[in-house]
Write a protein that binds this ligand. Sequence first.
Ligand code: F6R
Length: 587
Amino acid sequence: MCGIFGYLGKRDNALEIVIKGLQKLEYRGYDSWGVATDLNGELFSHKKVGKISEANLDDFKDKKVKLAIGHTRWATHGGVTNANAHPHFDPEKQIAVVHNGIIENYQEIREELGKENFVSETDTEVIAHLIAKYRKDYSFKEAVLKAVQRLVGRYAIVVLNVGENYLIAARRGSPLIVGVGEDEAFLASDIPAFLEYTQNVNYLDDNEMVIVNDGVEFLNLETGEPIKKRLVNIDWQAESAEKGEYDHFMLKEIMEQKDCIHRAINQDTDEIMHIAQQIKDSRGCFLSGCGTAGKVCMAGEYFFSIIAKRHVNFAPSSEFPVYHHFLRPESLLIVISQSGETADVLEAMEAAKKKGAKVLSIVNVEGSTIARQSDFSLHIKAGPEKAVASTKAATSQMALLLLIATAMIGELQEGRRILAEVASKINDMLNPRFLTYIKSVAEKIKDQENAYIIGKAENYPMALEAAIKIQEVSYVHAEGFAAGELKHGPIALITEGTPCISFVANDEVKQDVINNTMELKARGAYIIGISPDNHDVFDEWIKVPDVGVASPLVNIVPIQILAYYIAVLRGLDPDMPRNLAKSVTVK
Ligand code: F6R
């Protein structure tokens, strides 16, 4: 949430570079945006409510500067206004700060520095005022160090000081990556922001600071001591973070799923076997994640149970710390996260570590905080996921969990074979006819206010996930249920024509789900069946391949497409749903 970007280097169009970089971070927040630079010894800034993708680069062409900072906002403290947009400044307009995170003690600092001196309602403004206060007696570097030592909370900040030809950035709890080019450096919340310029990165860790001038210099935030960092080469191509021929990232990422599953299962055999053994050796194994990643964990619970006959407990990460009573050194926590930066997941990990438990992570962003703070991390290799709604990361994560379950019973090769077949069947399924048919279903239900989804066993989590997909991009009220639960209350919501989606896989619970679907139909529901076989009860039949226990991987794909088309047909932008942001770095 919130994207920050800073540039310093040989090019004299720094403002343009920052704006273009922020446009690639727009998925992190799109309420408002702003930039700042030192223009001939004076602070120049520009802030605007709205999306940074709508910024007009021509407005900045005449400003030849080699250093700039910028921000794209997802509001936490203070409404969506120009005044609350970042960067924030000190009263003398000598210091400019962009920030991603939350400063918990900002009220106290505001009181101390004089509330009347503040022009915004944000927590961030206190950082600029604090730096300015220390700047009276100290160097820029020392002032930043002193200021951040006063902050309680999570932050990634980039700071510029008029008259000083360098940038300083610091992090505690929110992501910050340094892209290192030839005679230039980039400071950003995520890699795609600078991928067209460099693939060489340094990951800033918590309690670290970086000074960017002729080179990059890393320091410990608490002691001010220098730190050596390793330069990492990223194998993402710039195009993989672009929309290409597609209207939206969401559709592009849905279509990429066949390749992603191949990449996800192409893991080092020893690593997979090592993880399988750790799960077997653990006493109390937990799966945890948030939102879609949480539903992936629930599917994992079923995979481990059905395939490996092993009980694993799921808890959403925001709830997981409550489980600390059950944790001990022999426990294992497996966390799942696309971004690798989700604050609730990091908190769950902290709770586990406090009890001496081991933490394994399955993430998409290599080098992310979650990956680096785990005892062991697997990378799903899905490539950059830019749409806010998670699609390809989710199916890749499920593929990996299913693979691990097969490894636990010594059937890793068979697991790979099954999943390769799933990937190839998804490839066949994602043809223009399939998309056109789903679009026609979307046309029929797009004006409905409610939709319900049912599934059982390994497809129960997919009913929950389907609801998230529909809610978040189309704003239709959608709810998922365990198929057998409707008759215990929610069936009262069904009226004539209510769209109900039913996942009917060829498994041992098939007849139960059909029966539950009939109960809905008898109350007037309009039934959309997702199944390898047609059935009289379906009003619409979306045919999916029969892939046995891997059915969640193929079943969720048509719902992703359906959610996408409902959003588009309702005139919404599926890549940037209201109120949301990719990478939720606040609790
Ligand atoms: C929904 C969605 C979110 C994320 C959740 C966790 O489509 O994307 O529910 O799954 O915020 O994010 P990560 O996986 O980055 O930890």
